[in-house]
Design a protein around this ligand. Structure first.
Ligand SMILES: NC(=O)c1ccc[n+]([C@@H]2O[C@H](COP(=O)([O-])OP(=O)(O)OC[C@H]3O[C@@H](n4cnc5c(N)ncnc54)[C@H](O)[C@@H]3O)[C@@H](O)[C@H]2O)c1
Length: 259
């Protein structure tokens, strides 16, 4: 999967899965623009990737910042071929304790952010003859989960955006796909960790109820993103690819394997 001569923009790339995606795309030959609101971490992560990567600050909820970043990239690199909408925030909490402000904030980052990104880069992709957009979603965008209403809604919405955009942009040579991740950076749920450890056995049981026990590692998500951005996926658009250790295959009942 060769991305030489491609310019790729990755959101939320200062750390976690986004940083690993940026590294994979750079290894495949792309020039990579890492973006995030975490400036120091982002600068460090980009520096570690070498001369083919650089960092630009971008809050994905801010249309003016999207336009400024796109203009800078076009001026420096001439084109934008790949957009990976990876930035997201998590909120854990029952509906009753989730404020409307929090709900809106989660949708703003996780769903409106990718919409703004798509809207910003598409004219540049069309000018360059096409492109590929990958939206990093979650298995929580394929099935519901209690205590996660804002996040689940945002990731279902992102899946809808993926399909609508794929249909709208296919004739412009732009493919749009969704990776339904079944794992990621544990730092994302750090604010809730103190309470999660009080029912750790339930959390472990949830992750072991899969064909392959445990969460999918960031490298596996990054490999799927690389595939979907590459020409190997030239005829794949509008799909959701679960990278989830088989979480969406069904439920694993240990005793049934001993019958
Ligand atoms: N962590 C998990 O277990 C898990 C599971 C399934 C899917 N995912 C998805 O994987 C993707 C990557 O998450 P991660 O696990 O690396 O978590 P993470 O918290 O390490 O990464 C998210 C990044 O997004 C950035 N970000 C947040 N708000 C932003 C904004 N307004 N503008 C720009 N950047 C912003 C953060 O600074 C952070 O660097 C996300 O889309 C997430 O929803 C994660």
């Amino acid at each position: 999967m060769d991305l030489r001569d491609r310019v790729a923009l990755v959101t939320g790339a200062a750390r976690g899965v986004g940083a690993v995606i940026a590294a994979r795309l750079a290894e495949a030959g792309a020039r990579v623009i890492l973006t995030d609101v975490r400036e120091e971490e982002g600068e460090r992560t980009a520096a570690d990737l070498g001369p083919s990567a650089r960092f630009l600050r971008l809050d994905v909820t801010d249309e003016a910042q999207w336009n400024a970043v796109a203009s800078q990239v076009i001026e420096a690199d001439g084109h934008i071929d790949v957009l990976v909408n990876n930035a997201a925030v998590l909120h854990m909490g029952a509906i009753a304790s989730t404020t409307p402000e929090t709900f809106r904030r989660v949708l703003d980052v996780n769903t409106t952010g990718p919409f703004l990104g798509t809207r910003t880069v598409v004219p540049h992709m069309i000018a360059g003859g096409g492109g590929a957009i990958v939206n990093v979603g979650s298995v929580d965008g394929l099935f519901g989960n209690n205590g996660l209403s804002a996040y689940v809604t945002s990731k279902f919405g992102l899946r809808g955006l993926t399909k609508a955009a794929a249909l709208e942009l296919g004739r412009d040579g732009i493919r749009v796909n969704y990776v339904a991740s079944g794992g990621g950076n544990p730092e994302m749920y750090a604010p809730w960790m103190e309470r999660i450890v009080t029912f750790l056995d339930e959390t472990i049981a949830y992750q072991n109820d899969r064909a392959i026990p445990g969460g999918a590692p960031p490298e596996a998500i990054a490999d799927a993103v690389l595939f979907l951005t590459s020409d190997a996926a030239a005829h794949i658009t509008g799909v959701e690819l679960p990278v989830d250790n088989g979480a969406t295959a069904g439920h694993f009942i240990p005793g049934f394997n001993r019958l």
